[in-house]
Design a protein around this ligand. Structure first.
Ligand code: HEM
Length: 444
């Protein structure tokens, strides 16, 4: 393993490969609903399960790998890589690569967990967890001394590393018969673990935004400000409570639901303030990275609205299980997380062009896509209220306009979003794989 810089570049490469899979499978999922497409793929035995599992699995991989590359960048600033660290880092990256290839090879063969999230075969969780522990070991060896005196992004990554391990293991509680045999306990644990896993991953994204803000900005204290620490504290608290708004339809006290609502809302509000603070101190020459951070700020504002929809119990009941859920998930994971991570990739790969028109068109397509998923989901939820239960599974209760336009519009706006992201991917993949840090280059 060559130095930290090479490890960072390898994580960026892995993240971009994962994004490529996300886009292909996202397209597959979006086009699958169009009758003409279904008539072609169904006789070939292709169903929606494979694209969905690969889409959501590699969506998490894209976010985690690029979030980690920022963290490895910071590790590199703490001094050259030691011999033991080289082995650990090399081992971690190899295990992640093997797990990724394993998922790609096994899911299309139907070797899956059958779960809503982490749908790949549970055996593949082993290399992911081992790789994670190896990387966490390298991180804590350098970050622990004087941890509380370090910029807040180091604290965010530290908590993210620990939380991921806890929630990732919790995700597999269903392997225990006493959990698997009790659907309520199983559902509660699954959604609690998923909510907390999202919280852990968010801490890597927030850390990356603050680390990049420090690199690109003029305010050396942007990652030591009280609002940055407020975001850290709320992100931490929300990791414990946000599960509640994933489980409204399971028996639990209303107090828990309202605590989750207040904490989630505060977190998104403070995130908006922090991103505003980061963007404000960025020099205008920040190019594409700056524009992408500006986009993530405004997406945070937009997600506040979507989160309100999902967090108020009666509204949650209305939209649960509808297209609002993927709309909210993708609004947050593309609009906030991916814009921050694309900004980091643009900076790391030395993107010099501001790409204004491109970033604007991407965000317009994404806005249309997310808005349509919310409109379709809300219309579905409303029409479902008085529907005959027998009509629910076949969506026979759907208004005619929704039956006609749901999938064609989803396919068009989804494709627009995919093309917007793919154009950046196409521009940056060659940069990520060539030059001094390319795999083929001799050691420098
Ligand atoms: C970085 C980009 C993307 C990320 C991070 C992402 C993430 C996700 C996530 C997490 C879900 C699952 C939501 C849930 O049910 O809880 C999802 C579902 C979905 N995504 Fe994406 N997505 C991305 C891009 C796209 C694109 C470009 C398209 C369209 C071409 C797309 C189409 C879909 C569809 C159709 C679903 C619903 C699948 C189903 O439940 O059957 N995604 N996405």
């Amino acid at each position: 393993m060559r130095g930290f810089e090479y490890a960072q570049r390898t994580l960026v490469r892995g993240g971009l490969v994962a994004l490529g899979v996300v886009l292909l499978m996202g397209l597959g999922s979006a086009l699958y609903g169009v009758t003409a497409v279904q008539q072609v793929v169904e006789p070939m035995g292709i169903d929606l399960r494979t694209p969905r599992i690969l889409h959501t699995t590699f969506a998490s991989a894209w976010i985690v790998l690029v979030g980690m590359s920022a963290c490895v960048g910071w590790l590199g600033e703490q001094g050259p890589l030691g011999r033991g660290e080289k082995l650990a880092l090399g081992g971690a990256l190899t295990l992640f690569g093997a797990a990724g290839l394993g998922v790609l090879a096994t899911v299309p063969l139907g070797l899956v967990s059958g779960r809503e999230y982490l749908g790949f075969h549970p055996l593949l969780a082993v290399p992911i967890l081992l790789g994670w522990l190896l990387l966490a070991g390298v991180f804590f060896r350098r970050a622990l001394p004087g941890l509380f005196g370090r910029p807040v992004y180091v604290l965010m990554w530290a908590v993210g590393f620990v939380f991921f391990v806890v929630t990732f293991c919790e995700q597999y509680a269903w392997l225990l018969p006493e959990v698997f045999n009790d659907p309520i306990v199983d559902r509660r644990l699954q959604w609690k673990a998923t909510g907390t896993l999202v919280g852990a991953v968010n801490l890597f994204v927030y850390g990356t935004a603050l680390y990049l803000g420090e690199k690109l900005g003029t305010d050396p204290d942007v990652a030591r400000s009280p609002r940055a620490f407020a975001l850290f504290a709320l992100g931490l608290l929300n990791s414990f409570t946000n599960f509640a708004h994933h489980t409204y339809h399971l028996p639990q006290s209303h107090t828990v639901k309202w605590i989750a609502f207040v904490v989630s809302m505060s977190e998104v509000l403070v995130l908006f303030v922090v991103l505003h603070g980061i963007v404000k101190q960025l020099s205008l020459s920040g190019g594409a990275a700056r524009l992408l951070l500006v986009a993530s700020k405004w997406w945070t504002a937009a997600i506040i609205a979507s989160a309100v929809l999902l967090s108020i119990p009666p509204l949650n009941a209305l939209v649960h299980g509808t297209w609002v859920v993927p709309g909210h998930a993708m609004g947050a994971m593309i609009g906030i997380d991916s814009m921050v991570l694309l900004a980091f990739v643009a900076w790391r790969l030395g993107e010099t062009s501001p790409l204004r028109a491109h970033i604007l068109l991407l965000n317009i397509a994404l806005f249309g896509f997310v808005a349509w998923l919310h409109i379709a989901g809300l219309a579905d939820g409303m029409a479902r209220i008085d529907a005959d239960p027998a009509a629910i599974t076949a969506f026979a209760y759907r208004p005619a306009w929704l039956r006609t336009w749901l999938y064609p519009v989803l396919a068009v706006l989804g494709t627009g979003t995919a093309l917007g992201l793919a154009a950046l991917w196409w521009r940056w993949m060659p940069k990520a794989w060539s030059g001094r840090l390319s795999p083929g280059e001799p050691r420098s």
